[in-house]
Design a protein around this ligand. Structure first.
Ligand code: TYC
Length: 103
């Protein structure tokens, strides 16, 4: 009989180790002009927050200067930042939305 080596023996590779996608937090920044109810509606429409949660995040931004709207893979974070900017631009509000890598 003949003994053969196959890929599971001599040529076996280490198992592929895949890493999860890098995550980004999307933040709103405070300003003096954007109406509170507009910020709340953005948090509901773009980030799927309840009115209560949206109000809490808006007030946190209002008092602390910035607040996290959500944490997403890069493309989803970037799309939501663009959507917020588009809504704010259309209504002529100075609302700023940014994304940054989760530490
Ligand atoms: N500071 C704004 C006001 O007093 C409200 C506000 C909250 C603006 C959150 C931006 O990201 C923001 N009307």
């Amino acid at each position: 009989t003949q003994i053969t080596m196959n890929q599971d023996t001599a040529l076996a590779k280490a198992p592929a180790r895949i890493s999860p996608p890098p995550l980004y937090q999307v933040l709103l920044l405070n300003d003096d002009y954007t109406p509170m109810d507009f910020v709340v509606s953005v948090l509901q429409r773009i980030f799927g927050k309840s009115e209560e949660e949206a109000s809490q995040i808006m007030l946190k931004v209002h008092h602390e200067g910035r607040g996290i709207c959500g944490i997403y893979p890069r493309d989803i974070a970037a799309t939501r930042v663009e959507m917020v900017r588009q809504l704010a631009y259309a209504r002529q509000h100075p609302l700023q939305c940014v994304m940054e890598p989760v530490p």
